[in-house]
Design a protein around this ligand. Structure first.
Ligand code: ADP
Ligand code: GN1
Ligand code: MG
Length: 373
């Protein structure tokens, strides 16, 4: 990633100190993230990101979303008597007073305050961590229920629309751009056999049965930072896809990553299954914040959301594999296929655990409601 002059980019932001170093950072699949150290009276760390403009076609509107959301969350955090520099993301302005820096090549850059002494986990190994994740994403949705102004821009239109994802998948099978489809016939049939069932939320949405709210839309567990010492949730990050959506997508995408006993790209299927204790803990944490605003239809579909999102992300990895890996960053030629298979294995485990997941949601919801009376 030496192709960017990060020193010169940093010099255009309004931050104190002398440029010391910049290294690639984190496990994100989309943007380029760098950890930048500035020295001065005290060394300060920052998160510098280049927005992927192949994925996000309108970085200008995206950054306006992020600005509105960070400003609003900062106020909410202050109102709650918490620390706005730790419990909310803060953007640094450029020397021109903008939050978006556009370089000579048209790349969009932004700079966040680095939140120290936190960890983002790719695997969740303890119920208290799962609970904290649920609390954080539930609170995030709750704090955005009164975001002022018009709805946010849809940074990626129809982002979690399974029908759109399925048609993209079928097109990829047909085009077979990377000549890979012949070797994955069983997986293709596996997807096709579930298409109708997985379209439930799209149909409910069309019927007007699901409320469109401001949601995060990328709630994998490593997008919430936990305190490195106490495991308390500190801050929800990765705000690029905060936009109008269904709460079920957020809940489901978290369940996909929180309850999985293995990594998202585990190649050994025998290690992958849903851990129902983690599911219970996540659900408890989430409902502690969200039960007050959820509708009965939303509550009644929480358990199924895990299945829908695991399917949706699974077919996105699979489509990208068939397309020749043009969307997600990969570390090996079959990385997207490994990811897709891992999601399919996880979904099968969820299908087996589904009735128990339904019972857990019903029980935890009843419990929260009982307490709040
Ligand atoms: P991507 O969209 O590519 O996933 P993220 O915004 O999630 O990018 O950032 C990538 C990683 O950088 C995160 O997983 C997290 O570890 C780290 N990170 C991002 N923002 C911050 C921050 N403000 N403070 C500390 N770490 C951060
Ligand atoms: C991408 O940016 P990151 O790595 O947090 C993707 C999500 C997927 C996720 C799968 C904008 O998220 O939708 O669920 O990978 N983000 C975008 O790990 O497509
Ligand atoms: Mg991320």
């Amino acid at each position: 990633m030496a192709k960017y002059d990060l020193r010169s980019i940093m010099s255009r932001f309004d931050v104190e100190g002398r440029f010391e170093s910049a290294v690639p950072y984190g496990n994100g699949h989309i943007n380029d993230t760098f950890l930048v150290v500035m020295s001065g009276r005290k060394a300060k760390r920052h998160i510098l990101q280049r927005v992927n403009h192949h994925v996000f076609k309108r970085p200008d509107l995206l950054m306006e979303n992020v600005r509105r959301v960070t400003v609003h969350l900062r106020e909410k955090v202050l109102e709650a008597g918490r620390d706005p520099e730790r419990n909310a993301l803060s953007l640094f302005p450029t020397r021109e007073g903008e939050f978006r820096l556009v370089d000579e090549d048209g790349n969009t850059w932004r700079l966040y305050r680095f939140i120290e002494e936190t960890v983002g986990y790719d695997i969740v190994e303890s119920s208290p961590r799962a609970h904290e994740g649920g609390r954080a994403f539930g609170e995030f949705q709750r704090m955005l229920t009164d975001l002022p102004g018009p709805p946010l821009d849809e940074t990626i239109p129809r982002f979690h629309d399974v029908e759109l994802r399925v048609s993209a998948f079928e097109e990829a099978v047909k085009a077979d751009r990377a000549a890979r489809a012949n070797d994955v016939g069983p997986e293709i049939e596996w997807v096709r056999s579930r298409v109708w069932e997985m379209g439930r939320f799209i149909r409910l949405g069309r019927d007007g049965a699901l409320v469109v709210r401001t949601t995060h839309n990328d709630t994998k567990f490593n997008n919430v930072l936990l305190d490195a010492r106490t495991d308390e949730a500190v801050c929800v990050i990765d705000l690029d896809t905060v936009m109008p959506g269904f709460v079920l997508y957020d809940f489901g995408d978290s369940v996909r990553t929180v309850t999985n006993t293995a990594l998202e790209d585990e190649a050994d299927g025998s290690k992958i299954r849903i851990d129902l204790d983690l599911f219970r803990a996540y659900t408890q944490g989430y409902l502690s914040q969200a039960a007050e605003f959820l509708t009965p239809v939303e509550v009644g579909n929480l358990a199924f959301a895990g299945l829908v999102m695991t399917f949706t992300i699974g077919i996105r990895f699979f489509t990208d594999y068939l397309d020749g890996d043009r969307y997600f960053k990969i570390r090996s030629p079959d990385h997207n296929l490994i990811r897709a298979r891992a999601q399919f294995t996880l979904l099968e485990s969820m299908e087996r655990g589904y009735e128990e997941m339904e019972r857990i949601v019903a029980r935890e919801y009843a419990r929260v409601k009982e307490h709040s009376r």
